[in-house]
Design a protein around this ligand. Structure first.
Ligand SMILES: Cc1cc2nc3c(=O)[nH]c(=O)nc-3n(C[C@H](O)[C@H](O)[C@H](O)COP(=O)(O)OP(=O)(O)OC[C@H]3O[C@@H](n4cnc5c(N)ncnc54)[C@H](O)[C@@H]3O)c2cc1C
Length: 385
């Protein structure tokens, strides 16, 4: 048996990979620069400004890993309706009744998703390690891989890079990327809403970039505001009351009065690793691909990576290159398709060019009235395609 796995990065994707592989029978080491105590995280009343719209595919994964019950018992909010619009009349909406499900997904704080997975580490063959400085080098032979830290040397049959968009492992392994920085940035604003639990998530497309509402567990919600980086930087320096006034001027009317609690600005990048596999090194999640968060697909794609990878590897030799290449073939096309779809939306909607505006109006109307198109889009959004 060659079943020793080292995972660098214990974020949402790395932690899910660790639990899934350990449940399969692998011996897993998770190296995380900011280790967490899951119980403390769940007891912490501070709301994470980073939230994710988790689709049905991801929910099924979290369920199978034992994480979903913990999440449902904490702050999560199911959404049952998804709406995109430009002006009042060009509306494209999807409802859970159209696909006969109780809901379309959940909005969940990232830190809770991560903690719900770390909670599963207990009782599984998973060891967590923390090093002051990142690994100095990676060396591979045909049969194993070695990671050299200042304090320790780790040996494994498979090294998984789940260390996010700026992956250090990807660099050490000499895997390049292609991509670009979007001119738009994105501001998340955590608000407290004076309204009952909301179940509709909506996005309004504007020439300067979309604005969106992600309803969290009441009374909280996350507002997403895309615009150029300088403008968002200025907005983030306003007082909560001033920012509220700006939100009122730029967002559709919110369902009730609200208080601004916190905000943060994120730069946006599209980045795709040139390879997902090099020898016994494999990339998952944002280490392999970062995508415009326009339709909230980043971690959902990462969770699809996890399922594909865990499915193909064998405990006889968990780092066997043929299986890893199969994983890459399975995931690269799907990730690329989603990245390109998001870019088409980004470039197609963020402008005031008249012919494009007319084309958008036509597409939104047609899609909203064509059941088969809607069903197809919904399947992708839910992760079922
Ligand atoms: C504004 C915004 C909104 C988004 N909304 C959504 C959404 O609604 N739905 C959705 O699906 N996706 C969304 N995303 C994307 C989603 O947040 C990412 O895809 C997701 O966080 C990627 O998870 P990850 O575990 O791959 O990487 P990360 O979350 O980046 O985790 C990487 C982990 O590795 C650790 N690490 C890094 N370097 C090292 C090292 N050298 N040694 C040890 N540990 C290390 C980090 O501490 C971290 O814990 C959004 C992104 C943004 C920016």
């Amino acid at each position: 048996m060659k079943n020793k796995v080292v995972i660098i990065g214990g974020g949402m994707v790395g932690a899910a990979t660790a639990v899934a592989l350990a449940k399969k029978g692998a011996q897993v080491i998770v190296v995380e620069q900011f280790p967490i105590d899951p119980i403390e995280t769940f007891n912490d009343a501070q709301i994470d400004i980073r939230v994710s719209a988790i689709n049905r595919f991801s929910e099924r994964l979290l369920e199978s890993l034992g994480a979903m019950p913990t999440l449902k018992a904490s702050r999560t909010a199911p959404y049952t309706r998804l709406t995109a619009f430009e002006s009042g009349k060009n509306v494209l909406s999807f409802d859970h009744t159209e696909v006969n499900t109780s809901h379309l997904g959940h909005i969940i704080e990232n830190k809770l998703i991560q903690a719900s997975l770390w909670k599963q580490f207990k009782g599984l063959p998973i060891t967590v390690k923390h090093f002051e400085t990142p690994a100095r080098k990676i060396e591979q032979s045909e049969s194993e891989i070695t990671l050299t830290y200042d304090q320790e040397v780790l040996q494994a049959d498979l090294l998984i890079a789940a260390d996010g968009g700026r992956s250090h492992v990807r660099q050490l392994a000499g895997i390049g990327t292609t991509g670009w920085q979007y001119s738009q940035h994105c501001m998340g604003v955590l608000i407290e809403l004076d309204a009952p639990q909301q179940t509709e998530t909506w996005q309004q497309f504007k020439a300067t970039g979309p604005v969106a509402l992600l309803p969290m567990s009441a009374p909280f919600a996350n507002l997403i505001w895309y615009d150029n980086g300088n403008k968002l930087k200025l907005l983030s320096q306003l007082s909560p009351e001033q920012l509220k006034m700006e939100i009122k001027a730029h967002f559709p009317t919110l369902p009730g009065d609200f208080k601004v609690l916190n905000s943060a600005v994120f730069p946006l990048a599209r980045q795709h690793a040139n390879h997902y596999v090099k020898g016994r090194v494999v990339l998952v999640g944002d280490a392999a691909h970062t995508i415009n968060p326009l339709a909230g697909q980043g971690v959902n794609l990462g969770f699809k990576d996890v399922v594909a990878l865990v499915d193909v590897v064998s405990l006889d030799d968990v780092g066997e290159c043929g299986a890893l290449k199969t994983y890459e073939r399975m995931r690269r096309k799907d990730n690329l398709l989603m990245m390109s779809t998001m870019d088409a939306c980004y470039f197609g909607f963020s402008n005031d060019i008249e012919p494009l505006r007319i084309a958008r109006e036509f597409i939104l109307k047609m899609a909203n009235n064509a059941d088969s198109i809607k069903a197809q889009v919904l399947k992708h959004a839910m992760g079922d395609a």
